[in-house]
Design a protein around this ligand. Structure first.
Ligand SMILES: Cc1ncc(COP(=O)(O)O)c(C=O)c1O
Length: 344
């Protein structure tokens, strides 16, 4: 029996149907003449996101960095929520690649407060950096996959529009927000000028993200993608997986969300573990660990020894991610392993 892998939705493997779509994809040189399948993916993504166009890029990190490089100039400041992927998990790319500094604000389950954003924007003063961009994230990964409320996002967008500051939305898991909220991806994307989405997380494609916006943004984004080395040749092979994912795998995310809630409810009953299923908006469940349970890292290691893989998020929390590669039987296996560890 293979391991039950709750570490991330990036471990999803392409289905036979997806592999078939990839194997039979029509391809061309995307840099020279355009790759027809990349073109189809970009058009489908743009329609889904309600934007003028979209670009295919190798990763979510590159999508965010293309956005940062397209909206800003060196020396600009970018306002982000403190737990944002751009701040914590992109290896300092805003500074290393684009000469940017980040100003972080505390959010409420990932939601920025519009008034705080307004106050954080710099005045036109020679000593201060210019505020070049504001970034939001939906769903918010570090807040346990929370769906950031629409009112909060609209309010942030309104203050940015008023100040003439563009907004980028890191929508790595926007498809999860869409099915969890019933609000279309285009409506969420309308709270930003550019939006990125990962095809290789819960949607199940092996590789790739898209970054969408209007024509003027895309013209700059193409140059930044080129500079980052992200413009690929016969990329239709991988774009076909992304297109298949977009067309076929969005609705099934509700199964992941139900599984994450079920997992939370079952683990919440174990002594030393707590996770309110009401806090599980999408496919991530963050479980708090306290005495008499061992520390989160020790617990993750003990689970690993029992072929159940999970990340310790902090010293006292574990993150479980539901995806197409795990099901009810994996949750039962996890529960049994925890009972054994905690019981001993
Ligand atoms: C919110 C968010 N944005 C961006 C990314 C980056 O995606 P990638 O791993 O494809 O670079 C991730 C990856 O986990 C993420 O969770």
């Amino acid at each position: 029996m293979s391991a039950s892998d709750f570490r991330s939705d990036t471990v999803t493997l392409p289905s036979d149907e997806m592999r078939e779509a990839m194997a039979s994809a029509e391809v061309g040189d995307d840099v020279l003449d355009g790759d027809p399948t990349v073109g189809r993916l970009e058009a489908a993504a743009a329609t889904w996101l309600g934007k003028e166009g979209a670009l295919f890029v190798p990763s979510g990190t590159m999508a965010n960095q293309v956005a940062l490089g397209s909206w800003t100039s060196p020396g600009h400041e970018v306002i982000c929520e403190r737990g944002a992927h751009i701040v914590n998990y992109e290896a300092g790319a805003p500074a290393a690649l684009h000469g940017l500094q980040l100003l972080t604000l505390d959010g409420d389950r990932g939601a920025l407060d519009a008034e705080e954003v307004k106050r954080a924007m710099r005045s036109d003063f020679i000593h201060c950096p210019d505020t070049g961009l504001v970034c939001m994230e939906q769903t918010h990964a570090d807040s346990g996959g929370s769906v950031v409320p629409m009112e909060a996002m609209r309010a942030v967008y309104a203050v940015c529009e008023e100040a003439g500051v563009p907004v980028h939305l890191d929508g790595a898991r926007l498809a999860n927000a869409e099915v969890a909220s019933g609000v279309s991806a285009a409506e969420w994307a309308a709270t930003a000028d550019s939006v990125s989405v990962c095809l290789s997380k819960g949607l199940g494609a092996p590789v790739g993200s898209v970054i969408a916006g209007d024509a003027a943004f895309l013209e700059r984004a193409r140059v930044v993608r080129k500079r980052l080395g992200g413009w690929m040749r016969q990329a239709g092979i991988i774009a076909a997986g992304g297109l298949y994912a977009l067309e076929n795998n969005r609705e099934r995310l509700t199964l992941d969300h139900a599984l994450a809630k079920d997992l939370a409810a079952r683990l919440d009953r174990l002594e030393g573990l707590s996770c309110d299923p009401e806090d599980v908006d999408t496919n991530l469940a963050v479980v708090r660990v306290s005495s008499p349970a061992p520390a989160a890292s020790a617990l993750a290691q003990a689970l690993g020894e029992r072929e159940v893989l999970v990340y310790a998020l902090t010293a006292d929390s574990l993150r479980f991610v539901a995806h197409s590669g795990v099901g009810e039987e994996d949750v039962s296996r996890l529960e049994a392993a925890l009972q054994e560890i905690l019981g001993g």
